[in-house]
Write a protein that binds this ligand. Structure first.
Ligand SMILES: [Fe+2]
Length: 459
């Protein structure tokens, strides 16, 4: 059910505990699942999606639930298994993040609920307040991952792997005292090769960042840590504070490896918030950097359960003049934008995101549509799952190594509120008007969650 049409007393609960945001209580294994349609035979691998699934407590916010992974294993056109697993974090076991004896945060204690990625053969469940939690290909928890003791900050849930170098670029932010941000690079083999602090004036929520061929791009936007709320433990300890200003910083990636690296060059922009970037790239011989992202005009201005709408915007940074331009590219509210990851840091033409029917809020009602953006032509195309079916983030899987940018598949989990069931679906990424090529009914409901990845078999 959606927040709009649910008439029952449970509407008194916050949205993230109602309808299909409510957690499931069991871990399930199912094998040899029935398939409607045909799973493309080249889809050999696993689709895994993370989300908040609080285990027996009332979280203070949507973002505060225990991480639960939902995975489906495809091979030779068959759906071999589905399973869901909580990430076995210290918090799931009852520990606290903050140690009052030592007055310090335990970096290895997080919810691990936001994203799941693979780099250098390791699968990492991520939540931006803690170290990555490694899991295996069967979704069993391995444990905290700190790059052999070298990572001493939290890790964003949105690392980005350079399409050209295979490096994983990421950062961690903290809010107890400066430095508030630290930038890290792991090489393609998974070794941490660079860490440097990024100077910003205040502790802000920095959910995502971007890379282009030569730059790492940081978002210093005014959702600011509030110590009083944190100490009271009553809610989301970040608040909208536009007097902090809004700026975007471009750090020259050629700093990587330097023992005395430079700081970003900051560009003042109109006040806004960005949870998710789409991509960034360079033009005009590298003198112009382009950033596409989902821009909210504000975030949590008065209510941390009210997510202001998000639209596709573009910023262009001219490194010669210091000028920045800002432009809205599309008027559809969207969430969870994704690209063909082989374009990370390079110019992309296509992006896919969740969106809603008129009047729906895709971030909090469940999203009934996927929008495909063509940022070259400016056109958009929709896939509408129907009024009762909502989709998770659409993850692009190329049809082959040399496939064109939209030649491949979108994979996602669906939820049908008429019978409270879930399924896995495969869409043709090039043809949004077509019916799904495959749907796999699943043995339990999959709550609305956050981000996921396709892990192709490595063989
Ligand atoms: Fe995110």
């Amino acid at each position: 059910m959606t927040a709009i049409d649910d008439p029952t007393p449970e509407t008194r609960l916050p949205f993230f505990l109602r309808g299909n945001y409510a957690p499931v209580e069991t871990e399930v294994d199912a094998f040899d699942l029935p398939v409607q349609g045909s799973i493309p035979p080249e889809l050999n691998g696993r689709f895994v999606r993370n989300g908040a699934n609080p285990d027996g407590y009332r979280p203070y916010h949507w973002f505060d639930g225990d991480g639960m992974l939902h995975g489906i294993r495809l091979r030779d056109g068959k759906a071999q298994w589905y399973r869901n697993r909580w990430v076995r974090t210290k918090l799931l076991a009852g520990a606290e993040r903050f140690d009052q004896e030592t007055m310090s945060f335990d970096l290895s204690a997080g919810r691990a609920n936001t994203h799941v990625v693979r780099h250098a053969g390791r699968i990492l469940a991520l939540e931006e307040g803690s170290l990555p939690m490694e899991v295996d290909a069967e979704l069993a928890t391995v444990g905290p991952m700190d790059f052999d003791g070298r990572l001493d900050t939290p890790c964003t849930a949105h690392p980005h792997v350079c399409a050209e170098t295979g490096e994983m670029h990421f950062f961690g932010y903290s809010f107890i005292g400066p430095p508030y941000v630290t930038y890290h690079v792991a090489d393609a083999a998974g070794s941490l090769i660079h860490s440097q602090t990024i100077d910003i004036p205040s502790p802000v929520m920095m959910h995502d960042f971007a890379i282009s061929r030569n730059h790492a791009i940081f978002l210093d936007l005014p959702v600011v840590f509030d110590l009083d709320i944190a100490l009271a433990g009553t809610g989301m300890p970040f608040v909208w504070r536009p007097d902090n200003g809004s700026r975007i910083g471009l750090l020259d990636r050629r700093n990587v490896g330097s023992s005395s690296p430079a700081q970003p060059r900051w560009f003042e922009v109109d006040d806004c918030y960005v949870f998710h970037i789409v991509n960034a790239w360079e033009e005009e011989g590298g003198d112009v950097v382009v950033l596409d992202a989902g821009r909210h005009p504000s975030m949590w201005a008065g209510d941390a359960n009210a997510f202001e709408p998000c639209y596709l915007w573009r910023w262009r940074f001219d490194l010669r003049t210091g000028a920045v331009t800002e432009e809205q590219l599309d008027d559809r509210e969207h969430g969870f934008p994704r690209i063909d990851d082989r374009r990370t840091g390079l110019a992309n033409r296509f992006a896919w995101a969740t969106t809603g029917r008129p009047g729906e809020r895709p971030m909090t009602d469940g999203a009934t549509n996927v929008v495909k953006y063509d940022v070259v032509s400016g056109e958009g195309a929709l896939h509408d799952f129907g009024p009762t079916v909502s989709t998770s983030e659409p993850v692009f899987v190329p049809a082959a190594d040399g496939a064109a940018e939209d030649e491949g598949w979108l994979v996602a989990y669906l939820y049908d509120r008429t019978d409270e069931t879930s399924s896995f679906a495969v869409l043709d990424a090039a043809d949004m008007s077509a019916d799904p090529v495959a749907v796999v009914p699943l043995p339990q409901r999959i709550p609305h969650g956050f981000h996921g990845s396709w892990f192709a078999d490595e063989e």
